[in-house]
Design a protein around this ligand. Structure first.
Ligand code: T4K
Length: 371
């Protein structure tokens, strides 16, 4: 869109002329989907890039989540967070699984491990935490609890592309991790996603499930779905890998500038993102607005910015637990989720994408400073 509006994000795209040879190859191959040559090549390249052993490409992150639950045959109840995009919990709903909401941590907005055990019942089969904004969850403690109670762990890592912890991909924690390569993400394949798993047998099962459960022309093992990534997405993804490190460097610079310009503004605070053992991807730049100290509310700031054509987003307000599908559940009550309820009232994500200009960042910060 060629207007002067600044949105919360804008996709980072490779130079068009560099994509043309990829398109020519697809046109020559006449192979558009169903595990084509680009799919095969990209799946390997991506696993190498991310530092994971087994990865299966998907047409989007939501289908990856839905399929991940099928792959591990999850049933009953799953403990999850209300502070996420609705796709997290919708994936449970689509599998006839009951989400049980647990509150989040104050410093990073991820599922609070200290509150998980109280929510476990005989029906609980898994935990589905989210690395919100790409900040790693307390993976050690979540795994400890899962081991004690015999639960599976499926990470919604839609925001965590390229994030490392202790020098290792954060995607190697848990039984499965799910990525999203949607246009709005740090790394995009237009739409797209993946499941990262820890062994070959699980990858085979996932590959089967994302392709209707087809073993071969005459053998259908089980009712799978169609969630395959196509050749255009895979080719584009392959080209994007050459640029993604640069995208993350730019995001880091933008984050630093925002912090420099907003530090000291009364009532505005940032998320904790300076743990020395973590390599971040700077996927989002959320700020929290304390109405009493700042003088106006988060919603007033949100509208004020819009008067200046700045379109921040209140990710994740409303909480998933406040949507009609989930609201009636006992775990969805606000008094069960005090931290998430407060954060959802105060959070706003500022625009961040690699080609956001310094003058635009300064303009955004001036608006916030001067309200
Ligand atoms: N789990 C988590 C934790 C997630 O955050 C998500 C997705 C998923 C699972 C599911 O993964 P996918 O199935 O999507 O792969 C966006 C995205 O659609 C969604 O992918 C994302 N999370 C969520 C956090 O944000 P909206 O409704 O806010 O997107 P939209 O269309 O309003 O876009 C935001 C801004 O981006 C627009 O104001 C303008 C800009 N934009 C957007 C698109 C699509 C562009 O400039 N160009 C574009 O092509 O949900």
């Amino acid at each position: 869109m060629s207007d002067n509006k600044i949105y919360v994000t804008q996709p980072a795209m490779p130079p068009l002329e560099e994509f043309i040879p990829y398109l020519e190859q697809i046109w020559n191959n006449k192979w558009l989907t169903n595990n084509g040559p680009f799919h095969q090549q990209f799946e390997k390249e991506l696993a190498d890039y991310l530092g994971v052993k087994y990865l299966s490409l998907f047409s989007n992150g939501t289908l990856a989540l839905i399929t991940a639950l099928q792959a591990l045959r999850i049933t009953g109840e799953v403990i999850t967070t209300p502070f996420s995009f609705v796709a997290t919990t919708h994936s449970l709903w689509w599998n006839n699984i009951k989400p049980v909401f647990v509150d989040i941590e104050e410093n990073c907005y991820n599922l609070d491990p200290a509150k998980i055990e109280a929510a476990i019942t005989p029906q609980t089969t898994a935990i589905m935490p989210v690395h919100v904004y790409g900040n790693p969850c307390n993976v050690e403690e979540i795994q400890r609890i899962a081991d004690v109670y015999g639960l599976r762990v499926i990470y919604d890592a839609a925001h965590a592309f390229g994030v490392k912890k202790g020098g290792q991909s954060v995607l190697n924690w848990g039984d499965l991790s799910i990525l999203s390569f949607h246009a709005t993400k740090v790394y995009n394949t237009i739409e797209g996603g993946a499941i990262v798993c820890q062994d070959e047998k699980t990858k085979q099962r996932i590959d089967l499930l994302k392709n209707f459960g087809f073993r071969n022309e005459v053998t259908v093992i089980e009712p799978g779905i169609n969630a395959k990534m196509n050749e255009l997405q895979a080719a584009y993804g392959s080209l994007q890998l050459k640029y993604v490190d640069g995208y993350i460097v730019k995001r880091k610079e933008i984050t630093s500038l925002y912090k420099e310009l907003l530090t000291g503004v009364a009532g505005i605070s940032f998320i904790e993102d300076s743990r020395s053992d973590v390599e971040y991807n700077y996927a989002y730049f959320p700020i929290r607005v304390n109405t009493a100290e700042y003088g106006i509310s988060r919603d007033d700031l949100y509208l004020k910015m819009q008067e200046h054509d700045i379109f921040g987003r209140r990710y994740f307000y409303p909480l998933i637990s406040d949507f009609p599908t989930y609201k009636g559940m006992p775990s969805a009550k606000a008094d069960n989720l005090p931290v998430a309820t407060q954060v959802a009232k105060e959070i706003i994500c500022l625009p961040i994408y690699p080609h956001l200009e310094e003058s635009e960042i300064r303009k955004i910060c001036d608006i916030i400073r001067n309200k």
